[in-house]
Design a protein around this ligand. Structure first.
Ligand code: NIG
Ligand code: FE
Length: 389
């Protein structure tokens, strides 16, 4: 908001199709919407809205809530082009590549890291993302994790401490590193983070370590979320349910018990199809989760190793084409689902009281995000009632 000025109210009129994300009234044809003071204050039929300071003629196009990208690793240096190229020639993905990015990140200045993060956030906004979660996890020393979170906090309130990404090569032992993650590093990072995350996977952290780290984080006032069941079956999803995590992310390899744990606990399953695309792996079975009543979110997992995309429209297209989600389920997961994964009631929807975060698509319907993959359909992006793009 410009200081000292009353925020401008804006009427978005002649909306061909409004996806509200509001379960009672999810889609409205020929709609209008008014944002005032950064919030949605009115939703109804085109032509029937109250007056506002400014009017935007949407001209029959589709309006959706800004995308909520609830899983991203944006603070890093270097890239892993060679690793990607090797994979496309048949090599398989391992979490070992994380160490390459850790070395580059440690060597980078704060200014360089902040500039890279800003560039990725700008890329995301240009593709319709108005809220992004940003994790640490490529520093893996007390000071490098702290500074990565401090940088992340300049871009979002949804910051996640992921000191437990992998055990760094310079740790004297895994046990010693877990002691640091739950002790000195947690103390340094907690003031900059809302969430705590653990990469619970063979080759990263096991069930006991994951529980210990999440418990320590919770005691320090952080909220738990987990990288779970990405590369194989494992305990991550069940631990997410046990500790009341907001979300279990990846969920690529699930047993029937895991699906039941998600549906009975209300933990959101955040699916990251960019990772399967970029690692040439089988996609998670979204249909199985949706049919069991699990709340599904879609996010980019933007990171230099397993998923170097910043595009929520691309993830929506993959979800529809590769994961048996309908276009409606995919748009819901990319907006409302992401908000649920971040325990946010003010974003991911366009109903009275929602934050004025919205996207005008250069298309008559959100189905076009999957129907016209790779086409730049994001015409305008508004956040808290102000135009970003
Ligand atoms: O979510 N799974 C762990 N972390 C990232 C990958 C990080 C990397 O390869 O650099 C992920 O896929
Ligand atoms: Fe991730």
């Amino acid at each position: 908001m410009r200081s000292g000025e009353r925020p401008v109210s804006t009427l978005f009129d002649q909306i061909g199709l409004l996806y509200t994300g509001d379960p009672g009234r999810e889609e409205i044809e020929n709609a209008a919407l008014v944002v005032d003071g950064g919030r949605v204050v009115w939703v109804g039929p085109a032509g029937g809205a109250p007056d506002a300071d400014e009017r935007v003629d949407v001209d029959g196009r589709c309006v959706i809530p800004g995308f909520v990208d609830s899983h991203a690793h944006l603070v890093f240096a270097g890239d892993r082009t060679a690793e990607f190229a090797a994979r496309m020639s048949g090599a398989s993905y391992t979490a070992g590549g994380i160490r390459t990015t850790v070395a580059a990140t440690r060597a980078a200045t704060d200014v360089r890291l902040a500039a890279r993060t800003a560039a990725l956030v700008a890329e995301m906004q240009a593709q319709g993302t108005t809220t992004v979660e940003i994790k640490s996890g490529y520093g893996l020393t007390v000071e490098d994790e702290r500074r990565c979170l401090e940088i992340a906090q300049a871009f979002t309130e949804e910051t996640t401490y992921l000191g437990a990404h992998v055990v760094p090569p310079d740790a004297s032992s895994a046990d010693d590193y877990v002691r640091t993650v739950t002790g000195e590093m947690l103390e340094a990072c907690a003031p900059y983070a809302k969430w705590i995350d653990v990469f619970c996977e063979r080759g990263a952290f096991d069930a006991d370590q994951t529980r210990e780290i999440l418990l320590a984080g919770t005691k320090a006032g952080l909220l738990p979320r987990i990288h779970a069941n990405q590369l194989g079956n494992g305990p991550g999803v069940r631990i997410a349910a046990e500790v009341g995590a907001a979300s279990a992310d990846h969920c690529t390899h699930l047993t029937a018990e895991d699906v039941w744990a998600l549906s009975s606990s209300g933990v959101v399953a955040t699916l990251l199809p960019g990772a399967e695309f970029s690692t040439r792996s089988p996609y998670p079975d979204a249909r199985r989760l949706l049919d069991a009543g699990v709340t599904v979110a879609l996010a980019t997992d933007c990171n230099p190793g397993s998923s170097f995309t910043s595009s929520m429209p691309f993830c929506v297209a993959l979800a529809v084409r590769e994961m048996r989600m309908t276009p409606l389920e995919a748009i819901r997961a990319a907006t409302y689902g992401g908000a649920r994964a971040l325990r946010r009631g003010d974003i991911g929807t366009l109903r009275v009281g929602s934050r004025g975060d919205l996207v005008i698509l250069d298309a008559p319907a959100y189905v076009h995000l999957a129907y016209r993959p790779g086409v730049p359909l994001v015409a305008q992006v508004w956040k808290e009632g102000r135009r970003l793009v």
